[in-house]
Design a protein around this ligand. Structure first.
Ligand SMILES: [Zn+2]
Ligand SMILES: [Zn+2]
Length: 115
């Protein structure tokens, strides 16, 4: 469980995780649906990990943003179209769309995912 920035409770949970194709910068990248069990805020988080850095402190990024339910429903519908959500090398249409969506999420004002 992570700390929810809205209600300050440690009730923020990752409901679903979706692996993205490894990019130029990250070895591992995933898009996660997050929801708070306490205040019922919901949104998306992006987890990024690089194994190339010398120090491991700067090599993990995990940030999230709360989104309106309507937007999340669209994301969830797209997730369901993918036959292999845990395979970052899956080349389905949903994967392509979510790659773009992840980049859009990263441009939003994000909060750090903290335990
Ligand atoms: Zn909350
Ligand atoms: Zn896919």
């Amino acid at each position: 469980m992570f700390k929810c920035p809205r209600c300050e409770e440690e009730q923020l949970e990752i409901c679903q995780s979706f692996e993205l194709p490894p990019g130029a910068r990250w070895d591992e990248e995933s898009l996660q649906m997050i929801a708070c069990n306490s205040c019922e805020s919901a949104g998306l988080a992006v987890y990024q990990e690089s194994r190339r850095g010398a120090s491991d402190e700067e090599s993990v990024h995990h940030e999230g943003a709360f989104l309106p339910m309507k937007e999340l429903m669209t994301v969830r519908a797209t997730l369901l179209l993918c036959p292999e959500p845990s395979n970052g090398r899956c080349g389905c249409a949903a994967h392509k769309e979510l790659r773009g969506l992840t980049d859009a999420v990263l441009l939003k004002k994000l909060f750090p995912m903290k335990r």
